[in-house]
Design a protein. Structure first.
Length: 142
């Protein structure tokens, strides 16, 4: 069997357990579950499922969420992507190179009606200049 695409994952997140071992573990868990959860009902011989009580966990308060986001923002080794959705942290996820003008910024519908010689004249008049700092930012971001 061959695979044409494999998703990237960190080695610590990959389960290297063989399929045979995983099946054995699953079968073991299944048999433990059935023996613990299903018990015969003496009068009729049917099985009754005993459900364990579900704990209700309250939603976090706004203060707790703000504190959580603040702690996440302190991560040094990685940048938690969830913060890109939080307005006060989202700005740090926008690449600095996004503010540097690009060729597509020169597009204007009025140029669509020009003849080729007229368009060349307009293009000759355009000056695109980037500072060394802007070039370094683009190189870093790409």
């Amino acid at each position: 069997m061959f695979v044409d695409h494999i998703e990237y994952a960190r080695a610590r997140d990959i389960n290297f357990t063989s399929a045979k071992k995983m099946k054995a573990d699953l079968d073991s868990k299944r048999s433990k579950f059935h023996s613990a959860v299903l018990t015969p009902d003496p009068p009729e011989g049917d099985f009754i499922v005993h459900a364990s009580p579900v704990k209700k966990i309250p939603a976090p308060t706004e203060a707790e969420m703000k504190n959580f986001y603040k702690e996440l923002s302190k991560c040094k080794d990685s940048k938690p992507i969830v913060l890109s959705l939080i307005p006060q942290y989202a700005e740090s996820y926008v690449l600095q190179s996004r503010t540097i003008p690009t060729i597509t910024d020169l597009f204007d519908k009025k140029y669509l009606d020009l003849t080729y010689p007229e368009l060349r004249k307009v293009c000759n008049d355009v000056k695109v200049e980037l500072s060394k700092e802007q070039i370094k930012v683009v190189e870093r971001d790409t």
